[in-house]
Ligand binder design. Structure first.
Ligand code: DQA
Length: 152
């Protein structure tokens, strides 16, 4: 069965209690349940990961090659700083959709720049946890047209 990697970066483990006026009350466990349900609707399974460490995120992106057909990535603040994550995505060449809970373009200027966007299929932001479901739907449509080789 086709598998997707849902990857969450720094501070997203605190969802639900972290700045609820910005990120809402939805927890990361809720996000995981939403992703599992959406993936199931498309006949896919997911691996759901979170790390506060840039290198760990890079290792997970590398390992996705040959294991997962696509990646949904919320890189948190690394979105705006990490050339290393951008290079990892380019190197792994696994189709990836960038997600943010908040509308990063309506926030501080430093959040408008994404190092992920140039190497992503697309970016979804501003729709809270629903954005993850939209990203899975987008990847399912993409993979239906361009099925990847996930066997290595
Ligand atoms: C975020 C937006 C980033 O700017 C911020 O650093 C985060 C969360 C979002 O999901 O809205 O940690 O990626």
């Amino acid at each position: 069965m086709t598998s997707l990697l849902i990857l969450n970066g720094p501070n997203l483990n605190l969802l639900g209690t972290r700045q609820p006026e910005v990120y809402g009350r939805t927890t990361l466990a809720d996000v995981r349940a939403i992703c599992e349900a959406e993936a199931r609707d498309h006949g896919m399974t997911i691996a759901f990961e979170q790390s506060n460490h840039e290198g760990a995120l890079i290792d997970l992106i590398h390992a996705a090659r040959g294991t997962h057909a696509g990646i949904v990535l919320n890189a948190g603040a690394y979105t705006h700083t990490s050339v290393a994550l951008m290079d990892a995505i380019s190197s792994a060449s696994v189709p990836l959709v960038e997600v943010h809970l908040s509308n990063i373009h309506a926030r501080e200027a430093f959040r408008h720049r994404s190092f992920i966007a140039p190497v992503a299929l697309g970016q979804i932001c501003g729709f809270g946890a629903t954005g993850y479901a939209l990203a899975i739907r987008a990847l399912a449509a993409h993979l239906a047209h361009e099925p990847g080789d996930t066997d290595g």
